[in-house]
Design a binder for this molecule. Structure first.
Ligand code: FES
Length: 171
C-alpha cells in the first residue's frame, strides 16, 4: 500500500494524498500541486526546500491516528515519502499568502527587505515558522541552530534589522 501524507494548506483543513512509490522524494510530490517550495542545492545544504512536519503517529491501523504536537523543519529535497507516513506536512502555502493574508513571519521579512533574491524565501519562512511553533521566544542560539540550513540568510540578517523585526524586537 502507498504512503499517506496529510497536507495542511491554505490555512483551512487538510487533504490526504496517496503515492505508490514510498521512495519518491517529498519535494517531487509537493510539486504536483504546491509549487511554493523551491529546489536549490538538492542535497540538504541551502534550506530552499524547507517544509514543516507535525508530529508522529500511533500505529497506522489505529482508526484515529493521533499526532504528537512537535513541529520539525524538514528538507523536502531529501525526505522520502516513506519517512513521512501519516505525518502532517505544512508548506509555505499553508501559513499565508498575499491573496489571503500574510503570516506575521512573512509580513515582517517583507517589511524588513529580508528576502534577498526571494528564491529561498519560502524555506526561510518555514524554518522560522517551525522554530516559533516550538519555541515562541527563541534565543539567538536557537535561531542559529534552526538556520543551519540557510547559512547565508543568517549572516545577512545579522547585518539588518530583519531578525529583530521577525522576532518582535528581541534578539
Ligand atoms: Fe537545498 Fe533542499 S534544495 S536543502
Amino acid at each position: 500500500s502507498g504512503v499517506r501524507l496529510i497536507f495542511l494548506f491554505a490555512g483551512a483543513g487538510a487533504s490526504v494524498s496517496a503515492d505508490k512509490d514510498p521512495g519518491r522524494l517529498l519535494l517531487l510530490c509537493l510539486w504536483l500541486g504546491l509549487t511554493g517550495t523551491k529546489l536549490g542545492c538538492a542535497e540538504g545544504g541551502c534550506g530552499a526546500c524547507t517544509v514543516m512536519d507535525l508530529g508522529h503517529v500511533l500505529p497506522s491501523d489505529s482508526p484515529h491516528p493521533k499526532l504528537i504536537s512537535h513541529h520539525c523543519a524538514v528538507n523536502a529535497c531529501l525526505a522520502p515519502l516513506c519517512s513521512l507516513h501519516l505525518v502532517a506536512v505544512t508548506t509555505v502555502e499553508g501559513i499565508g499568502s498575499v491573496a489571503r493574508k500574510l503570516h506575521p513571519v512573512q509580513e515582517r521579512i517583507a517589511r524588513a527587505h529580508g528576502s534577498q533574491c526571494g528564491f529561498c524565501t519560502p524555506g526561510i519562512v518555514m524554518s522560522m515558522y517551525a522554530l516559533l511553533r516550538n519555541n515562541p521566544r527563541p534565543s539567538m542560539a536557537d535561531v542559529e541552530e534552526a538556520f543551519q540550513g540557510s547559512p547565508s540568510t543568517l549572516t545577512s540578517w545579522r547585518s539588518f534589522p530583519t531578525l529583530q523585526l521577525v522576532l518582535g524586537g528581541r534578539r
